[in-house]
Design a protein around this ligand. Structure first.
Ligand code: GLU
Length: 282
């Protein structure tokens, strides 16, 4: 009886191992150029944020990256090859797409919003998270709504969707008329109706400018703003412009469909939901 159950267990283990190795082989086709290169080098080069709590934070002591997007990157690497490690590079909204274009990075998981214009230049996976844009202000400023922002200067990150999202929300809420507003051509540097924008290379710089009164509001995705919320700061009442985050790869890369399938699988089987909860997001 004992021997029989041992044999059954061994057979089961062997068939599981076979199924797993089969799955791994099917999941990482080494006849795809980009995937073969990653397998040969044993490294997947990923761009991530280093300061977005819950999504991706770099530990200043160990240099380790931890968060939802870092875990996703590590899971993608393991699907490419058991020995493939992730090499993380800290990116900003201003640098992340250049590093994909130059070939320095294989993919980016960095609160990167999927937009129709961006899709013309880069491949995006199906969305793995949806956030909204909001505005953070100093309590003392008495700014509570989109309406109160009229005449103010707003700090945004260069290369982000934030300015356009804010102007769209102000138009939709009838705070401004928005004559001549073309979302596809929107440039925060030249926008003057209702609000003006000051663009910064990184978020800590916007936070400092807000404290110094150089800008009266800080606009970006809520997930990022949460980091800079202090006791003396408030969010305005409105949240707007849902932002869907996707994994970004070079246009036409063999890696794009492979990563997309993985994200779809992890959305369907609850893995992504679990990671979102584990990282206290939402
Ligand atoms: N998610 C927004 C974007 O992709 C805000 C910028 C950022 O992610 O840093 O434009």
């Amino acid at each position: 009886m004992k021997i029989k159950s041992k044999i059954i267990k061994t057979l089961l283990a062997a068939s599981c191992a076979f199924a797993l190795s089969n799955q791994a082989m099917a999941a990482a086709p080494s006849d795809i150029k980009e995937i073969k290169t990653i397998q040969d080098n044993g490294v997947l080069r990923v761009g991530v944020k280093n300061d977005v709590v819950g999504f991706s934070v770099k530990d200043p002591l160990t240099g380790e990256y931890k968060g939802f997007e870092d875990t996703l990157a590590q899971m993608i690497a393991k699907e490419i090859g058991d020995d493939v490690e992730v090499e993380f590079t800290a990116v900003t909204a201003a640098t992340r797409s250049e590093l994909i274009d130059s070939g320095d990075l294989d993919c980016v998981l960095a609160t990167f919003t999927i937009t129709e214009e961006r899709k013309k230049n880069w491949d995006f996976s199906t969305p793995y998270y949806t956030d909204a844009v909001s505005v953070l202000v100093e309590q003392a400023s008495n700014i509570h709504s989109l309406k109160d922002l009229v005449g103010k200067t707003v700090g945004v990150s260069s290369g982000s969707t934030s300015g356009r999202a804010l102007v769209t929300a102000m138009i939709e809420n009838k705070v401004i008329e928005g004559k001549g507003f073309d979302p596809a051509k929107f440039d925060p540097a030249t926008w003057t109706e209702g609000v003006k924008f000051h663009q910064f290379d990184n978020y800590p710089a916007i936070s400092t400018a807000l404290a110094a009164g150089e800008v009266q509001a800080f606009c970006v995705d809520k997930s990022i703003l949460n980091i800079y919320k202090t006791k003396s700061r408030n969010f305005i009442d409105e949240k707007f412009a849902p932002q869907q985050y996707g994994v970004v790869t070079k246009k036409g890369s063999g890696l794009s469909p492979f990563i997309n399938e993985l994200i779809e699988k992890w959305l369907a089987d609850g893995t992504i939901d679990k990671l979102i909860k584990e990282n206290n997001l939402q």
